[in-house]
Design a protein around this ligand. Structure first.
Ligand SMILES: Cc1ncc(COP(=O)(O)O)c(C=O)c1O
Length: 414
């Protein structure tokens, strides 16, 4: 394991990683920095390939632990990279893959971030945790807090998907429904942390959720090498990611930089595409306007609850990754993203979350525009399972059969 410290993403000032930390003095995210040079001989792709751990902690050399006994894990990560079948609208892509994060504990990629953040918070002596959430982070925090034996205070918008509320309530979290957006929940968490001494686990307001999410970038390099039968680690040409707070996008970008410093990959980077919903697209708007920051997006609304994040403390980090990678940012309407969920389910057999549906429709649009070439290797992130969003689809139209009626199958006759 390498030693690590924290650096302010805005001012470069260093902070200790040996005590609980939230934002830097200037209110910006702190990012972990490892002594990568000291790892070059011991932490190689060959060493990682030989490890048998079935979780993201096979990358623990570049994760926030000093003692592997501290790790709080439920087997997060190691999700499959599924090649898309070339059927229907998917025909237009020769090398399209889905990194299916639905396989994570609690059904979403939020498990990666929570495993890392709760591990470090517990190791540093946090006695209670708190966070605002759009839903999936709440479910993941509930599970990892339970595993750590810590109370967890969660604030969610009152229209958060029912499945997320149930998993938090059953999992023993102290969950509160707020008549506002995730940004309003975040304000209550801040106040509560000051009053009650909870540790704030909000996205990018503590340094380690992003460390868990970055393992998606490490894994992808191995997955792509396997998919393309290469001995060398490989990255795709394009990555599409549904961004709210943006930890995954920022985390993967950080992972690629670390991998280059470790000598694992060269300078080639995927073009990073930030996908948002039409009703809440602060990063898309800032990207189009050439701005460095994205102010609060007014009247935020979308059924893709993970994308209903009107303001993000890591806005400038997302925008930097998009621009440095020569990527782009694109928004998708709710009607389109729900169509995307149906297409993924009916053609690929993957019941994706609406955020995953949005990413697929964004890829389709970018392919139609010629921004994505047919032979480019493209990875879509399906960040969670569709099963948490059953409330978005109706079953009231399904035909009913009376099993006592001997002719009940007649209506099916061709
Ligand atoms: C399924 C899903 N996808 C994407 C996101 C956005 O993730 P991030 O805030 O890391 O950008 C969320 C956040 O809640 C989510 O639940």
């Amino acid at each position: 394991m390498a030693s690590f410290q924290l650096r302010c993403s805005a001012t470069d000032k260093l902070y200790s990683a040996d005590q609980l930390q939230n934002l830097s003095e200037v209110g910006k995210p702190l990012l972990a920095e490892y002594d990568l040079a000291s790892l070059k001989d011991s932490f190689t792709p060959e060493v990682v390939r030989q490890r048998t751990d079935r979780s993201m902690w096979k990358f623990q050399d570049v994760m926030p632990v000093t003692n592997s006994g501290e790790i709080i894990s439920l087997g997060e990560g190691e999700t499959p990279l599924i090649p898309c079948l070339r059927r229907g609208p998917f025909e237009a892509f020769e090398r399209l893959f889905i990194k299916d994060e639905a396989f994570n504990p609690t059904g979403s990629f939020k498990a990666r971030g929570m495993s890392a953040a709760v591990t470090r918070a517990a190791a540093l002596g946090a006695t209670s945790l708190a966070l605002p959430s759009a839903g999936n982070a709440a479910g993941a925090a509930t599970a990892y807090a339970a595993r750590a034996g810590l109370p967890c205070f969660i604030f969610v918008p009152e229209d958060t998907p029912p499945a997320n509320l149930v998993e938090c309530a059953v999992g023993g979290a102290e969950i509160y429904l707020v008549n506002g957006l995730i940004s309003d929940c975040g304000r209550l968490v801040r106040e509560g942390c000051d009053r009650f001494g909870w540790f704030d686990l909000s996205t990018l307001k503590e340094p380690f959720r992003v460390e868990g999410k970055k393992t998606m970038g490490y894994e992808l390099a191995f997955d792509m090498a396997d998919a393309e039968r290469s001995d060398q680690l490989l990255l795709p040409d394009v990555i599409l990611y549904p961004a709210g707070g943006g930890t995954g996008l920022i985390g993967m970008w950080k992972a690629f930089d670390e991998m280059e410093k470790l000598g694992w990959i060269g300078t080639h980077r995927p073009r990073m595409v930030c996908v948002q919903a039409e009703g809440c697209q602060p990063i898309v708007k800032a990207y189009q306007e050439g701005a460095e920051h994205a102010p609060l997006y007014p009247n935020a609304h979308t059924c893709a609850s993970g994308l209903r994040v009107p303001i993000a403390v890591g806005d400038f980090l997302m925008l930097r990754a998009i621009r440095e990678s020569h990527g782009t940012a694109i928004s998708i309407s709710d009607t389109e993203l729900l169509d995307g969920v149906r297409e993924l389910a009916q053609i690929q057999g993957i019941y994706a979350c609406p955020e995953g549906g949005a990413v697929w429709k964004a890829a389709e649009k970018l392919r139609q525009d010629g921004w994505i070439k047919p032979d480019e290797a493209v990875v879509l992130f399906n960040t969670g399972t569709g099963l948490k969003y059953n409330h978005l689809f109706s079953t009231s139209h399904l035909p009913r059969l009376d099993q006592a009626d001997p002719h009940c199958l007649d209506q099916l006759a061709p």
